[in-house]
Design a protein around this ligand. Sequence first.
Ligand SMILES: CSC[C@H]1O[C@H](OP(=O)(O)O)[C@H](O)[C@@H]1O
Ligand SMILES: Nc1ncnc2[nH]cnc12
Length: 295
Amino acid sequence: MESPRIGIIGGSGLYRMEGLTELQELHLDTPYGPCSDALMQGLLGGVPVVFLARHGRSHHLIPSQVPFRANLHALKQLGVQYVLSVSAVGSLREEMAPLDLVLPDQFIDMTRLRPGSFFGDGAVAHVSLADPLCPVLRQTVAQAWADLNDSAVRLHEGGTYVCIEGPAFSTRAESHWYRSMGASIIGMTNMPEARLAREAEIAYATLALVTDWDCWRANQACVTAEMAIANLQQNAQRAQTLVTQVVKRLAQRWPASPAHTALSSALVTPPAAMPEATRARLAPLLARVAAERGG
Ligand SMILES: CSC[C@H]1O[C@H](OP(=O)(O)O)[C@H](O)[C@@H]1O
Ligand SMILES: Nc1ncnc2[nH]cnc12
């Protein structure tokens, strides 16, 4: 099988990808330790993809324990150029109801306890995160959604995902505060995942599935994990159908993304000047930019 260019990271309630054929379970070694779980490589609609359950297939990792760097490093090692994250989120906006889909275009990162970068240890890069979600991949998801002509739920294009540390849900005061900041949806996982994807020159987009109203809305039950997972599972089939259509669309022309050359303007330290151990650790991430700079 060709190496997969597309990675799918499944969040709460999405622990496996239906329709994967020729399935192979991969256990890759990374300088950051093991991934959340085995990488499930197979064909989706005839296209090679790799699926990873973010919290593990038995959902045993809290958001702060997800090995985000190992996950992205392993996907990069496999040759992944596009990552689609499927995530359960709470709604912070009246117009985004449970079971709606959202394609966020911004993040506010409120996490505190997670290693947030591949860089350091003698290697400096400052990637741009002005547009943290890939516009090309987001557009592909929107087009795939239009192909499906599914009028049962709405897809909202755009919105700001605030990422909290968790694992507890927000206080009511925090929920109102995030609303006042302009956040549209709330989750616990997409940062630093999206930032690491950018550092690895992987185009990243999130298909957010609204599962609840968090706790800001009057006369509405506050979010529980049980509620979020049950509502996600109601929409899991729809998410899988949409992901399959996105994969088919991507494979038609493998669109270039600005993320694919993110390090060209970001990498400050010449690879030759990095300590050898750092250079080895970052090898899959630096190969393209090092070649561009003449080795
Ligand atoms: C089980 S509800 C809270 C949990 O769900 C979301 O996870 P994911 O983004 O992986 O779908 C949220 O971020 C929390 O981790
Ligand atoms: N309300 C919420 N807050 C944080 N993460 C969530 N995931 C699903 N719903 C959530």
